[in-house]
Design a protein around this ligand. Structure first.
Ligand SMILES: *Cc1c(COP(=O)(O)O)cnc(C)c1O
Length: 374
């Protein structure tokens, strides 16, 4: 097997037979010859040349049979869920889901006659207690947003196999550099490619990887929902993924150093980072991750969080994550603003919690900025 760095650069590249160029040509057509074709080629069928090629790259990264790209992470998530769930089914979701996923699940599933539980905690024993005769699917997201909690991937996959249900993971935070869940037995791994796979804060896209059988099923639903990605953005995403390992390794290393330094500061109440030995699921993280990722969050003790963010000079208070630039956000003011105060407290998300998406800058410059802002 080739190393991930090589896979990032070479897998799924379209050979430029005509000119011998190193990069994949961009095929912009929305109309393709059909007379001698096996099946119609059309952007929304997810089978134009650039989409198919990038699907191969995604599959290679996740060590899957098949990969697919979408116009957003939510397009990938909704297509995957609706491909497997139908009227009368039941699904189990872990707690601490990405806001958009939580909204989709809580606002839409019941309308389609699909019952669900959101687990009270992310222990696999808790998931097992929620399994009913009609349970079809278990869905996890680890590390989670914004508290970087860890769910045991292999144990979840084992549980799903035991009960004959589908297992899915949102692998956005770890990226395939730090975690390859299909190898631990998960059926479908999903990404918001807007984050690490895109990596430059300039593409909105999604991706997933799974085996051929599940792929056919998901693609059929995806063709109806219509969340395909245009060829130009597919190309941009392909280009971004070439540097995925370099970026994520640097981001993870920076985050590890900042997490450690922040935990030593008197002005910080708590740092949430799976790489810290005092993280409650540190051992599970060590077992299932290659690196602990570029995301961390921390709670300020007596510093006003808004003032702190305004004091920052290099690090910018903006939404989203996974880009080259280090950015910071307050979950209560952004991703979790729609939750009631009780729900936020129950999830452990306080007003003085700040989430850092660590970029590729020099870590000492980032540290200096954080320190002067405090
Ligand atoms: C951003 C994000 C999503 C949704 O992706 P979009 O590209 O915004 O649709 C899903 N899961 C996680 C963990 C995310 O961070």
């Amino acid at each position: 097997m080739k190393s991930l760095k090589t896979t990032c650069v070479h897998a799924g590249t379209i050979k430029d037979e005509k000119n011998g160029g190193v990069n994949s040509p961009i095929y912009t057509s929305t109309s393709y010859a059909y007379l001698d074709a096996e099946e119609a080629v059309y952007p929304r069928y997810y089978n134009i040349p650039n989409s198919e090629a990038l699907g191969e790259k995604i599959a290679a990264l996740e060590m899957a049979e098949k990969g697919m790209v979408f116009s957003s992470g939510m397009a990938a998530i909704t297509s995957a869920l609706l491909a497997f769930l139908e009227k009368g089914d039941h699904a189990i979701f872990q707690t601490g889901l990405y806001g958009g996923t939580f909204h989709f699940v809580s606002a839409e599933l019941e309308r389609f006659g699909i019952a669900y539980d959101i687990a009270a905690d992310n222990n696999v024993e808790t998931f097992e207690k929620l399994i009913r005769d009609n349970t079809k699917l278990v869905y996890i997201e680890t590390p989670s947003n914004p508290l970087l909690k860890i769910t045991d991937i292999a144990a979840t996959a084992k549980l799903a196999r035991k009960h004959g249900i589908i297992s899915m993971i949102d692998n956005t935070f770890a990226s395939p550099v730090n975690q390859t869940p299909l190898r631990q037995g998960i059926d479908v791994t999903i990404h918001s490619a807007t984050k690490y796979l895109g990596g430059h804060s300039d593409i909105c896209a999604g991706a997933l990887a799974c085996n051929e059988e599940n792929f056919i099923r998901i693609r059929s639903m995806a063709r109806s929902l219509g969340g395909s990605l245009n060829a130009q953005d597919v190309y941009l995403l392909e280009r971004s993924i070439k540097t995925l390992v370099l970026r994520v390794e640097q981001q993870s290393a920076n985050a590890g150093i900042l997490a450690e330094r922040l935990s030593g500061l008197e002005e910080i109440l708590k740092v949430h980072y799976p790489g810290l030995p005092d993280h409650p699921e540190h051992e599970t993280a060590r077992a299932q991750m290659n690196g602990f990722g570029g995301m961390l969050s921390f709670e300020l003790k007596n510093t006003d969080p808004v003032k702190f963010q305004r004091n920052l000079q290099l690090i910018r208070p903006t939404v989203s994550l996974g880009g080259l630039d280090t950015i910071i956000c307050s979950p209560t003011m952004t991703s979790h603003r729609h939750l009631s105060t009780e729900d936020r407290i129950r999830e452990g998300i306080s007003d003085n919690l700040l989430r850092l998406s660590v970029g590729i800058e020099d870590v000492d410059d980032l540290w200096a900025d954080l320190k002067q802002a405090i």
